[in-house]
Design a protein around this ligand. Structure first.
Ligand SMILES: Cc1ncc(COP(=O)(O)O)c(C=O)c1O
Length: 466
């Protein structure tokens, strides 16, 4: 690893110099403003993976030198992740999964819910922190306030109403739609005061902030937490579930087979120790090494420096966005308050479908943003004040194969390597799009709802093929 700083990290981003074709035939350097979805790879991660592949062999299952080395590194990766989220190894286990979604599904299966147990989750959750609970427990939503932030008074009301029936509060550390940061330790205290536990979906939080799960005897500790490596500059197929050991020591794993056992006879199974018990099948050691290296890189840059840089960019963007007529920004719009939220900024342009605007930015600016509902339909529909009759109409349209009219927003999300000239380019293209000054004649695909310039064919295989 070189000496990484917030000022030189951009040079260390794989693919940062890739040029992409525009509608008018020019090629320009791609601008990625969709880091909340997934991030590019850092060069040291790429290099470490390539170096590891020379030594790679089966993990936990071989006396060979390479197996022992691979096992050592896989175990070391567990330790690095545990340290990163402030989870001590005596009380917590670090389980590698595929991604945050798999981690949450695993947890939802592993908690032994009884018939009356309730899981509280909020309206602002990503579907991955909503649907697994719906399928495994009774659920209640914590409301949002008029600005889209978590309504803590409503949480208190739910706690007073359901009290000891509440088994778990499942809450995002930060929203993937508005970038709001939730007061996870304050919520943890509330959960623990009624004998419940807390799960934090840290998919968005982990790439941008220090996390401290704290010892279990601290009332503000976090019982369970999930994150995804592909949002942390290490897209090699790894996710993490960190959780209290006592939960996972109890009962059977949700997924069973090779790797999970200590002994199997024809009629008996003895489970392995943690985390192997919960990591069925051959583990993704390459992904684990990649995530560990990405964490070391982020720590070298400094989580505070990352947060401060992204806050500056967010303030810069908010100030410029506010000057464009016809743009409505959602969530916290205050450029002075960007240190207290993530660099995830959603907005809409009056009279212009989000799918069309995203297409114009892509085809005419070489800019990648995300549009739609960001896997958080209940939240976005609430932010947009979509009426229940309109939602019924959408259901009908979707039923008939049309996604043309689906509501949504445009989302800008920063990584630690983005910089101001990229915001300038975005603003320039937005200003043009808003005043109707764009070149293409865009047509919408009824099925997907996406827009593309009429008659344009792009040979993607010319850029990369298999
Ligand atoms: C807040 C949040 N939770 C969960 C997820 C799901 O993550 P993954 O797709 O890596 O499982 C995402 C992905 O965008 C997210 O933003």
């Amino acid at each position: 690893m070189n000496n990484l700083t917030i000022d030189n990290i951009r040079e260390q981003v794989i693919g940062i110099d890739r040029k992409v074709p525009l509608l008018d035939g020019r090629v320009v350097q791609y601008i990625n403003l969709d880091n909340a979805a997934t991030t590019p790879t850092l060069r040291p991660v790429f290099d470490k993976v390539n170096e590891f592949l020379h030594w790679y062999s089966s993990v936990e299952r071989g006396a060979g030198f390479k197996s022992r080395l691979s096992t050592l590194m896989y175990n070391r990766a567990h330790e690095i992740v545990g340290d990163f989220v402030g989870a001590n190894q005596d009380e917590y286990t670090v389980i590698f999964t595929k991604n945050t979604t798999e981690s949450i599904n695993k947890l939802a299966h592993r908690i032994d819910f009884s018939k009356n147990d309730i899981v509280l989750r909020s309206i602002m959750e990503h579907h991955s922190n909503d649907l697994p609970w719906r399928m495994n427990a009774n659920v209640e939503y914590i409301n949002i306030n008029p600005h889209g932030g978590l309504d803590l008074d409503h949480l208190d009301q739910l706690i007073a109403k359901f009290s000891h029936r509440i088994r778990l509060i499942a809450i995002s550390g930060a929203s993937n739609v508005t970038g709001y940061l939730n007061p996870i330790h304050e919520i943890a205290k509330k959960a623990h005061s009624i004998g419940a536990e807390i799960f934090v979906d840290a998919a968005q939080l982990a790439p941008h902030r220090d996390i401290e799960m704290k010892p279990l005897d601290d009332p503000s500790h976090i019982d369970y937490l999930a994150l995804s490596a592909h949002k942390m500059y290490a897209p090699y197929g790894t996710g993490v579930l960190v959780g209290r050991r006592d939960t996972f020591l109890k009962g059977d794993p949700d997924s069973v087979g090779g790797g999970t056992i200590e002994l199997v006879t024809e009629d008996e199974v003895r489970w392995a120790d943690l985390p192997e018990k919960e990591e069925a099948g051959t583990p993704n050691a390459v992904g684990a090494v990649a995530l560990a290296e990405a964490i070391l890189c982020m720590q070298q840059i400094g989580m505070e420096e990352i947060a401060a840089h992204e806050a500056r960019l967010s303030a810069y963007l908010l100030r410029k966005l506010k000057k464009i007529d016809g743009i409505s920004i959602y969530g916290d719009t205050d450029p002075e308050n960007t240190a207290n939220r993530l660099g995830v900024i959603p907005f809409a342009v009056e009279g212009m479908p989000h799918q069309l605007l995203a297409a114009i930015l892509a085809y005419e600016g070489g800019i990648g943003v995300r549009n739609g509902c960001f896997c958080a339909h209940p939240y976005v529909l609430k932010l947009l004040h979509v009426s229940s009759s309109r939602i019924e109409a959408y259901k009908d349209e979707v039923e008939h194969g049309s996604h043309e009219g689906l509501p949504g927003l445009i989302r800008i999300s920063f990584g630690c390597y983005n910089e101001e000239p990229e915001v300038d380019a975005l603003i320039e293209h937005l200003e043009r799009a808003v005043r109707g000054d764009y070149q293409g004649e865009y047509v919408q695909d009824r099925h997907t709802g996406e827009f593309a310039p009429k008659g344009l064919t792009q040979d993607l295989g010319q850029y990369f093929s298999l």
